[in-house]
Design a protein around this ligand. Structure first.
Ligand code: AMP
Ligand code: MG
Length: 469
C-alpha cells in the first residue's frame, strides 16, 4: 500500500503536538473502504489485508509522521484549557489529485498524552455513524470531513452499555485546525505560536486572506455557508463546541448528530445537551458565538489593539446577516426559486411554520413539492393548500422549478433509525445493511431505495443520540 505523504503539520513547532504512534490492535478487519476517496487521494491499495493493518494502526506506512494534535475549547460554553486528540492520531497529509492538501487521521487508535481519563478507543457504533453520515454529507454537497476506511479491532471496548466491539475510523479532512487550536495558544499567552498557527492556516486554507483579521473574515464566511447548508437538510450537529468547529469550514466531529424527521426548530438529539444550546434553530447563534471566540483568540497577536478590536467586532457582527443570505441561497431552490428575492424569506418561513405545527417530515415535505402530493405530508391540508396557492404564483415564472427542487431536495438522508439498524446488524456481524445504506446515500438526489428513506414508525423512533466516545 502506498500513501504519498507530504507532511506540513509535523514541521510546525513541537508545542503544537506530541509525536505518538497508534497502539496496535489484536485482529484488524476491514469493514469499510472508500475506493473513490482513495483514488482522489492518490492512495494505491493492492492488498486489502495490508490495508486493514494500516487503517488499524498496526502498520505505520512509510513517510507517515504520526502525531496527536494539541487544542483547547469551549465545551457547552465552558472553557477547557486542554483537550487535544485523545483518541485520534494524524498519520500525515497528502496532496490529492486535484491539488488539495488533506489530513489522514485514525480515530479510535489508542491513547495519547491528551486522553485524560479516556481509553483512546471507539466502538463500532460511532465509527459507522461517522462513516455513513460524513459520506452522506459529502454526497449532499456540504463541506465535511470524509471517511476513507473503517476497521474492527477484534478487541472489546467497555462503555456504559457493557462490552462493545472496538473499531477505528480513518478520517480525511482539509485540516484538523479548530477554533480550539487557536484558543490554546491565545489563552496561554503564547503569541509566537499563535502567529505561526495563523500564518499556517492562511497559507493552507485562505491564501488570499490579509493577516489575522482577513483569516477571521474568511472563516466567518465559510462557517456561515456551512451552517446554512446544515439547516437546508435538517441537520443538527449536536456538539458545536469550539473544539469541533473547523477553520476550513468543514463539518467535523460527528458525535450525537442527527438529521431531523419531523421538523421542529427547537429539536435536540444529543442526550448531553440538556439546555438545548445546540438545538437545530440555535445553530446560527452558536456559529456566531464560536466565531467571537476565534476573534478573541486572533486579537491577542494584534499590535494596533483598538482598531483591530473594532474590525473584529464588525466582522463578527456581520455574520448573522451573512448566515441569513446563505440560508436564502440554500432554501430558495428547495421551493423552486432560482433567483431569490428578500420577500421569499417569508414564503419559506411560512412553510416551515406549517411543517412545525403539523410535525411534517422535513425531507419528504420538500421533496414532495416537486410532485403534486405535498398535501399528503400534512394533516392540516387546508393550511398547506392556502400556502401552495401563493407559492405557485411565485414560481409561475421560474424557468424550471421542478429541476431546481429535485437538485436541492434530497430523496434520502441518513435517518437515525436506519443508522441504529445498521449498527445493530454490524454488531451481529451483518454488514449488508451498512453497505446498502452507504450505497443509497451516495446518490441522495435519486430515488434508488425509497424504503431506506421512510420516516420511522412510532416504535422505530430514536429520541436521542449519545456521545459515542
Ligand atoms: P469529542 O466530544 O469527540 O469532540 O471529544 C472531546 C474530547 O474528548 C477530545 O479531546 C477527544 O479526543 C476526547 N475523547 C473523547 N473520547 C475519548 C476516548 N475514548 N479516549 C480519550 N479521549 C477521548
Ligand atoms: Mg471533538
Amino acid at each position: 500500500m502506498h500513501i504519498p505523504f507530504d507532511n506540513s503539520y509535523a514541521a510546525l513547532p513541537d508545542a503544537f503536538y506530541t509525536r505518538q504512534n497508534p497502539t496496535p490492535v489484536k485482529e484488524p478487519q476491514l469493514i469499510g473502504f472508500n475506493e473513490d476517496l482513495a483514488q482522489l487521494l492518490g492512495i494505491e491499495v493492492d492488498d486489502l489485508e495490508q490495508a486493514a493493518q494500516v487503517f488499524a494502526g498496526n502498520l505505520v506506512p512509510d513517510n507517515a509522521a504520526p502525531l496527536a494534535q494539541l487544542y483547547a475549547g469551549h465545551q457547552f460554553g465552558n472553557y477547557n484549557p486542554q483537550l487535544g486528540d485523545g483518541r485520534a492520531i494524524l498519520l500525515g497529509e497528502v496532496i490529492d489529485t486535484k491539488g488539495t492538501r488533506r489530513d489522514i487521521q485514525l480515530k479510535g487508535s489508542g491513547p495519547t498524552p491528551y486522553s485524560r481519563m479516556g481509553d483512546g478507543r471507539a466502538w463500532l457504533g460511532p465509527v459507522l455513524r461517522e462513516y455513513v453520515v460524513s459520506e452522506a454529507m459529502h454526497a449532499l454537497g456540504i463541506p465535511t470531513t470524509r471517511a476513507l476506511a473503517a476497521v474492527t479491532t477484534g478487541e472489546p471496548i467497555f462503555r456504559e452499555q457493557g462490552a462493545l466491539p472496538g473499531a477505528i475510523l480513518t478520517r480525511v479532512a482539509r485540516s484538523h485546525l479548530r477554533v480550539g487550536t487557536f484558543q490554546v495558544f491565545a489563552h496561554r499567552g503564547e503569541i509566537e505560536h499563535l502567529k505561526t498557527l495563523t500564518q499556517y492556516a492562511i497559507d493552507r486554507h485562505y491564501p488570499n486572506a490579509d493577516g489575522p483579521m482577513g483569516l477571521l473574515r474568511a472563516v466567518c464566511a465559510a462557517q456561515a455557508d456551512l451552517i446554512a447548508a446544515w439547516m437546508s437538510v435538517g441537520f443538527i450537529h449536536g456538539v458545536m463546541n469550539t473544539d469541533n468547529c473547523s477553520i476550513a469550514g468543514e463539518t467535523i466531529d460527528y458525535g450525537p448528530c442527527a438529521f431531523m424527521d419531523a421538523f421542529h426548530s427547537g429539536r435536540v438529539f444529543s442526550s448531553i445537551d440538556q439546555q438545548g444550546r445546540y438545538a437545530f434553530g440555535n445553530q446560527p447563534n452558536i456559529a456566531v458565538w464560536n466565531m467571537a471566540q476565534l476573534a478573541t483568540s486572533l486579537l491577542q497577536q494584534m499590535d494596533e489593539k483598538e482598531t483591530a478590536v473594532e474590525e473584529a467586532t464588525e466582522i463578527v457582527h456581520a455574520m448573522p446577516t451573512q448566515i441569513e443570505a446563505a440560508w436564502l441561497r440554500r432554501f430558495a431552490p428547495k421551493v423552486g426559486i432560482s433567483n431569490p428575492q428578500p420577500d421569499d424569506v417569508e414564503l419559506i418561513e411560512n412553510l416551515l411554520n406549517l411543517m412545525q405545527a403539523d410535525g411534517a417530515d422535513f425531507t419528504n415535505t420538500f421533496r414532495a413539492l416537486a410532485t403534486s402530493d405535498v398535501q399528503d405530508q400534512f394533516t392540516d391540508r387546508a393550511a398547506v393548500n392556502a400556502w401552495a396557492m401563493i407559492w405557485k404564483q411565485r414560481i409561475a415564472h421560474e424557468p424550471d422549478p421542478t429541476a431546481c427542487m429535485n437538485t436541492a431536495n434530497p430523496a434520502i438522508i441518513p435517518r437515525n433509525h436506519r443508522i441504529e439498524q445498521i449498527i445493530d446488524a454490524a454488531v451481529a456481524n451483518d454488514l449488508a445493511p451498512f453497505e446498502r445504506l452507504t450505497k443509497a446515500l451516495s446518490q441522495p438526489f435519486k430515488e434508488t431505495d425509497a424504503e431506506l428513506n421512510r420516516p420511522p414508525t412510532q416504535s422505530e423512533i430514536v429520541p436521542a443520540t449519545f456521545c459515542g466516545t
